[in-house]
Design a protein. Structure first.
Length: 327
């Protein structure tokens, strides 16, 4: 029987991919998104247009902090699962706007969780982030590691969201899993994220700004692998769980630019810039728990994923002027 899955942030990068996977397998999806102008609205409208081709998709434009919008979402249809992806995104912008990030990511999450409690939703997933690990030096990062020292407002709001999820589970008997995403990339990735931004700069013949000396390392995770993890987490063990969704492999920023040069056939004009406040030197996921409990099995190494992304960019966005792409 088809499930009814509610998704906040459905017009975004991860949200649109998760929604599409659910619709392809025959589930009904009720999406909510406020189409925030953090980047060009038309890119989100493209994502929604593709989803709207499926008869099982319903969309509500609204803010997670708006009780009226939440009250009308889905027109009272039963909810089997909630996937809460909506948030103000990005480490660096949060440094300039800590109050705005707290308002959306903490207060908004509390409202969404209360909505799920009142609707008796069987399974709730919360989009957390590898940023909660802060400057952790124990490699790889495990879900049992202390995460009490975030180094950006964004990271702090994600840690707060996890605590809120734990509290709702404890008080109201809800089944909630927090998913710590590790630098997800692929088609439809946000324009300000490194792989997307660097690709655009290469095609436009502009300087590629590299924060630091290029030695910082990230665990880049391809979108198809993350979608598999999200769908698996819908059947996580009961109670409150936390899962790392990463590739469990790292690459330096300098080597990432090298992969993009090979994929595009364009040599980068590198410009080295000061390390930004809130950035961390390394992320690396221990995915043992996710493999064992939700069947998570990442298959796309970063070299292949970069090739796929560049081909998508060539086919869809080359020459497209993206307002806000340098945010």
């Amino acid at each position: 029987m088809a499930a009814a899955v509610y998704i906040t942030g459905v017009a975004g990068f991860i949200g649109s991919h998760v929604a599409e996977a659910l619709l392809v397998r025959g589930d009904r999806v009720f999406g909510l998104d406020n189409l925030d102008p953090f980047y060009d609205r038309s890119l989100k409208e493209r994502n929604l247009a593709a989803l709207s081709d499926y008869p099982g998709f319903r969309f509500t434009e609204g803010d997670i902090r708006d009780e009226v919008a939440l009250g009308s979402w889905g027109d009272g249809s039963p909810a089997d699962a909630l996937i809460h992806l909506a948030a103000k995104a990005g480490v660096r912008p949060s440094v300039a706007d800590p109050v705005g990030y707290a308002d959306v990511n903490v207060s908004g999450t509390a409202r969404v969780l209360a909505w799920a409690r009142d609707r008796a939703v069987r399974s709730v997933l919360f989009a957390s982030s590898s940023s909660v690990y802060g400057g952790n030096t124990k490699i790889p990062f495990s879900e049992d590691d202390p995460v009490d020292h975030p180094v950006s407002p964004y990271a702090a709001t994600k840690k707060a969201g996890e605590l809120m999820c734990h509290t709702f589970c404890h008080l109201y008997g809800m089944n909630i899993a927090s998913l710590r995403f590790f630098t997800v990339y692929g088609p439809r990735q946000r324009p300000e994220m490194a792989i997307h931004k660097f690709t655009r700069l290469l095609f436009e013949g502009k300087e590629v700004g590299i924060y630091g000396d290029g030695s910082s390392r990230r665990d880049y995770t391809y979108i198809d692998d993350v979608v598999g993890g999200v769908l698996g987490a819908l059947f996580a063990p009961p109670g409150y769980r936390v899962y790392n969704l990463g590739e469990s492999a790292t690459i330096s920023l300098a080597d990432l630019v090298g992969l993009l040069e090979r994929a595009t056939g364009i040599r980068a004009n590198r410009r080295f810039l000061p390390v930004q406040p809130g950035d961390v030197p390394l992320t690396c996921a221990d995915i043992t728990r996710a493999r064992a409990e939700i069947g998570y099995n990442p298959k796309v190494p970063v070299a292949e994923g970069v090739e796929r992304f560049v081909q998508w960019y060539r086919d869809n966005l080359a020459g497209y002027s993206m307002q806000g792409g340098d945010r």
